[in-house]
Design a protein around this ligand. Structure first.
Ligand code: ATP
Ligand code: MG
Length: 430
């Protein structure tokens, strides 16, 4: 026998059944996707689908060369024909805005868009952290501050409510101000970090020069005091930024959405300004952030478009669904409604015809393949999770009848003329 070929490390199969080390099934995923589609539509957001591969330059320019995502985690390769550098997308915002600029989508009207799909980052795989993972993201392009910021937070909260996980998610917010304010803060921060250089770890020392804000994000327990006492962005915000941040918080208060202000929340990507936020949980161990986002007003212009106020967020589908599976609610019933079984000469064909008629009436039907003993077929029916069994054996064939058994409810078993089959199912499933 040839050797088996394994899947790529950190990239999961979605199966009809749970796996030992990956509990999410395709049916569960599908149920989530359905929920998301309806949720986005309720808020007037329309779907956009972009390619999984983009020019590497798109991510370098938007996310930033010095970020972990672009600097260390991207799957990058040269296209063989023209040696253009291409990358698997590590996130969705850059692609989305690239497409919006390319097709002039915001020329006519502002846009509310959402997307869903796989993203790729070469990270150390562990529970809740994968190399192919999935995001659902939302981008609101061309809307003025505060109101839209609050709307997309409310939108998240709404989804958490629907998934039954509100009580397990905490919202943290911060304001990064504008470019000048960040520059002033950055200078003070670098100055402060230099004074504490001896105490920093290697990562933070490197970031001090490349991306000092990220030092505030450090998870190293030894550096918490240094990060806590570092100069705060809030102290560098001008009047305009402070007013806008205040307005945003007032709206959240008015909507009854609880939040915690976290001065050290800076987000990993370069393009953010003003409002940033994250939804986290203490139920997923170290992989605690389920959803993150913020405002990125300069990005559209950076990508060759018109200056457009923009805000968005992305949630990690795997993390979210692990949380929903453990603590929330999502109906992922993939069981057929009817399990059809047959026995005896000519029964297969007749049962196939009944199954076809049921399907035409929009019932999900699973027909047993083969002619095992009915007793064995009943075992399969049970295992399938079907609500009803339809039995076509010698007696039924002869009398042009069908036997229907309620496998989950209280109706028991009955035999009716074949012409009354659908009527009977309807009656019993009311
Ligand atoms: P983390 O700090 O956990 O690495 P991040 O800041 O890199 O997250 P974002 O770029 O903000 O993540 O992406 C938004 C969301 O996508 C995250 O909050 C998380 O839920 C999810 N996510 C990011 N990277 C991964 C990954 N490698 N595997 C699974 N989910 C991920
Ligand atoms: Mg990361």
């Amino acid at each position: 026998m040839s050797q088996k070929i394994q899947s790529v490390k950190g990239m999961n199969d979605l199966l009809p059944v749970e796996q030992k080390d990956f509990k999410l099934t395709a049916a569960f995923w599908q149920a989530f996707e359905n929920t998301v589609q309806k949720w986005a539509a309720r808020y007037g957001y329309r779907q956009i689908r972009t390619p999984i591969v983009e020019q590497t330059g798109l991510f370098v320019r938007s996310i930033g060369e010095e970020t972990d995502v672009v600097g260390k985690e991207m799957y990058t390769f040269a296209d063989s024909n023209d040696r253009l550098s291409l990358s698997l997308r590590p996130e969705g915002t850059a692609s989305c805005l690239r497409a919006v600029v390319e097709h002039g989508l915001t020329h006519e009207a502002p846009q509310k868009l959402w997307y869903m799909g796989p993203m790729f980052r070469r990270e150390r795989p562990q529970k809740g952290r994968y190399r192919q993972f999935h995001q659902v993201g939302v981008e609101a392009l061309g809307f003025e501050p505060a109101q839209i910021d609050a709307e997309i937070i409310a939108m998240c909260a709404d989804l958490w409510r629907e998934l039954g996980i509100s009580e397990f998610l905490q919202l943290e917010i911060n304001s990064l101000g504008n470019r000048e304010e960040r520059a002033a803060h950055r200078a003070a921060l670098v100055d402060y970090l230099r004074r504490h250089e001896a105490a920093l770890d290697e990562d933070s020392r490197r970031r001090m020069d490349t991306n000092p804000l990220r030092v505030l994000d450090t998870k190293n327990p030894d550096l918490q005091a240094i990060a806590d006492n570092a100069p705060r962005l809030a102290d560098y915000l001008g009047e305009e930024s402070r007013r806008y941040y205040r307005e945003f918080k007032d709206l959240l208060d008015g909507l009854g959405i609880a939040y915690r202000e976290n001065h050290r929340l800076v987000r990993g990507l370069d393009y953010y300004n003003h409002t940033v936020f994250e939804w986290g949980t203490d139920k997923l161990g170290a992989q605690a952030t389920v959803c993150g986002g913020g405002r990125y007003d300069g990005l559209m212009a950076e990508l060759g478009g018109k200056d457009t106020p923009s805000i968005g967020f992305a949630m990690g589908v795997e993390r979210l669904l692990l949380l929903v599976r453990e603590h929330g609610c999502l109906n992922a019933d993939a069981a057929p409604a009817v399990f059809v079984m047959q026995q005896g000469e000519g029964a297969v064909l007749q049962a196939m015809k009944y199954a076809a008629a049921l399907r035409e009436a929009d019932w999900d039907v699973l027909q047993f393949s083969g002619s095992a003993k009915l007793q064995k077929q009943f075992k399969h029916a049970d295992k399938s999770g079907a609500r009803f069994a339809l039995i076509v054996a010698e007696q039924e064939l002869e009398n042009q009848e069908v036997t229907i058994k309620d496998l989950r409810g209280t109706h028991g078993q009955t035999t009716v003329p074949a012409a009354k089959m659908i009527e009977q199912f309807k009656l019993w499933s009311e």
